[in-house]
Design a protein around this ligand. Structure first.
Ligand code: RB5
Length: 145
């Protein structure tokens, strides 16, 4: 299952990505926002990240206007590796090298077709492990220092 959430700046792209992923046969849980009313992106980053950390969702997608604020917020949560991607190569590396468990997108930056390709790439790629796992282990140590 994929958990997804956005603030008002990512609302439209969130709904488009939900439709796209469901058309691929994926299970998606929408954590909101459910209107375009202004809201604070940390308030949506938190429940989506918690769903991933608890195992309720395998991965999460977070969207704000630029993707910047919501990725900063998500990366404050221990165990979250949130990757803001605006291109397909970065999406591939975000999974292969960083094993990002949250993908962030900018609803005012990235159009829907490119966003679908970015999301598909990140979902379908596999983590390579090995030396990349060592680097992630070092990030986890930093979380406790
Ligand atoms: C909201 O106006 C906007 O600041 C937010 O969506 C995001 O882009 C912040 O990083």
């Amino acid at each position: 299952m994929i958990a997804i959430g956005s603030d008002h700046g990512g609302y439209e792209l969130k709904n488009q990505i939900i439709d796209h992923l469901r058309s691929r046969g994926m299970e998606v849980k929408d954590f909101g926002i459910y209107s375009q009313d202004s809201m604070d992106y940390p308030d949506i980053a938190k429940p989506v990240c918690k769903a991933v950390l608890s195992g309720e969702a395998e991965q999460g997608i977070l969207i704000c206007g630029t993707g910047i604020g919501i990725s900063i917020a998500a990366n404050k949560i221990k165990g979250i590796r949130a990757a803001l991607c605006t291109d397909v190569f970065s999406a591939k590396m975000a999974k292969q090298h960083n094993n990002a468990n949250i993908l962030c997108l900018g609803g005012r930056v990235t159009g829907p077709e490119l966003a679908f390709m970015i999301a598909d790439t990140w979902i379908d790629e596999k983590f390579l492990g090995g030396r990349h796992q060592n680097r992630i282990d070092k990030i986890h140590i930093m979380e406790s220092e």
